[in-house]
Design a protein around this ligand. Structure first.
Ligand code: HEM
Length: 418
């Protein structure tokens, strides 16, 4: 029977609450119930249609005309006047790249592709490896560490900072900006915190405005210089506000996501330690393990679209103007696409067709960087600390966020040292 608003999978909807601390342990059950009972359901709590089937998610991704990205990362209400007043001291909050649709998106994506190139990623390989080893050097003699804070967090942060040309002395500020700009994307932040995050955004913009001005005078072989020089035939070059908005997206999109990937992956491996042992015995499984971790424990569980006209999707009728959440994580556990979808399989042949990086015109700009970092992070631990295990009596703590999935802390220990 066709479902319409008002009869829209309430049973499943009542179980969908990413901000409930219990929800994190129940995603397999909720996703399976949605696939079975209401693959597209309406969540009255969050006022959003949730799309859970792999094929339905692709239908939306392939159709940016009918499904707009104008609020793709945002379910929160509009900024309060006090927040807007702070943002006015900087360049405001421009809509570029991830929050805009073709044809404007084509210009932004084309221009940033000139700066964030495969070369910029691959030339970082040695630096990623040396950074991973340097981080391990700092804790290896202690026999235990918090893998998130000492490894999964500083690794991508250091790499993105270096790609963006941030000096070592500014890393602490850079970390704060990154945390605050990600925090802005969740629900239920207290007002004081919202104001703090807005101030961070303005600080961040001023800092990078300074770096861009410096690069104009003294060009370098780096991403910022490439961004300044990026040109596309028939398209206007980026203005300063647009550049800052794109740099902001690289910073926000590239840090916590990759931290979560490394943390989620290590938890999947160590929670069933025979998986870790299998990987140490055959490191050729590393690339497949990264893909399977992205599929099973997607760091970005789902992002948003707006219906630009009345649509029917997965048996639900959705009105023009309604918001949809594309639950990539649920698509990644859809049995119709992935056999035994709830099982972690390092040798799954189609793992890489997951939706963890989205798809279509907004496919993740940093996917190759994230994959490279995760592989090197894993290889370094296999080589340096094969004895690593979870600390039995310390429960890992998950981050509280509407659409990010990862750990805040992950205590690990080992005995041998290399
Ligand atoms: C495991 C790590 C990562 C995950 C899971 C992830 C996930 C995603 C997803 C799901 C999207 C699609 C957005 C949508 O559907 O609207 C996306 C887009 C994007 N990602 Fe990533 N990302 C990761 C790492 C990175 C890194 C390292 C960068 C840094 C360059 C980055 C930069 C971006 C940008 C700029 C976009 C917007 C692209 C566009 O709209 O054209 N991401 N990412």
């Amino acid at each position: 029977m066709e479902r319409v608003a008002g009869d829209s999978g309430q049973g499943v909807a009542s179980r969908y609450n990413p901000l409930d601390p219990e929800y994190a342990g129940r995603i397999q059950e909720v996703f399976a119930a949605a696939h079975r009972e209401a693959p597209v359901f309406f969540s009255p709590l969050y006022n959003v249609w949730v799309v859970t089937r792999y094929d339905d998610i692709w239908t939306v991704l392939k159709d940016p005309t009918r499904y707009s990205s104008s609020l793709s990362t945002n379910v929160a209400a509009k900024d309060a006047p006090e927040v807007i007043a702070i943002l006015k001291e900087g360049w405001g909050q421009l809509s570029t790249l991830v929050t805009c649709d073709p044809p404007a998106h084509n210009r932004y994506r084309g221009l940033i592709n000139k700066a964030f190139t495969p070369r910029r990623v691959s030339e970082r390989t040695d630096f990623i490896r040396s950074t991973a080893n340097r981080l391990v050097d700092r804790f290896i003699d202690k026999g235990e560490t918090d893998l998130i804070w000492k490894y999964a967090y500083p690794l991508p942060m250091t790499i993105i900072a270096s790609i963006l040309g941030v000096g070592d002395g500014d890393l602490d500020r850079f970390k704060k900006w990154s945390d605050d700009l990600v925090a802005r994307l969740s629900f239920d932040l207290p007002k004081e915190r919202l104001l703090e995050c807005a101030r961070s955004l303005v600080d961040f913009q001023r800092y990078f405005d300074g770096l861009l001005t410096e690069r104009e005078k003294n060009p370098r072989d780096d991403m910022l210089t490439d961004l300044l020089n990026a040109r596309l035939e028939g398209a206007a070059p980026l203005n300063r506000g647009e550049m800052l908005s794109m740099i902001q997206q690289v910073l926000v999109a590239g840090n916590e996501t990759t931290t979560s990937l490394i943390g989620n992956m290590m938890y999947l491996l160590l929670e069933h330690r025979e998986r870790w042992e299998a990987l140490c015995a055959d490191p050729s499984l590393v690339a497949g393990t990264v893909e399977e971790a992205l599929r099973m424990e997607s760091p970005v569980q789902g992002l948003f679209r707006i219906a630009t006209e009345d649509v029917e999707l997965g048996g639900a009728r959705i009105a023009k103007g309604a918001q949809l959440q594309l639950l990539y994580a649920a698509g990644n556990r859809d049995e119709a696409e992935f056999a035994a979808a709830g099982e972690f399989q390092m040798r799954r042949d189609n793992a890489a067709s997951h939706l963890a990086f989205g798809g279509g015109v907004h496919f993740c700009l940093g996917a190759s960087l994230a994959r490279l970092e995760a592989r090197i992070a894993l290889e370094t631990l296999i080589e340096r600390i094969p004895e690593i295990r979870l600390v039995a009596d310390r429960q890992p703590r998950r981050i509280a966020h509407f659409f990010m999935r990862g750990f805040e802390h992950l205590a690990v220990e080992w005995s041998g040292v290399r």
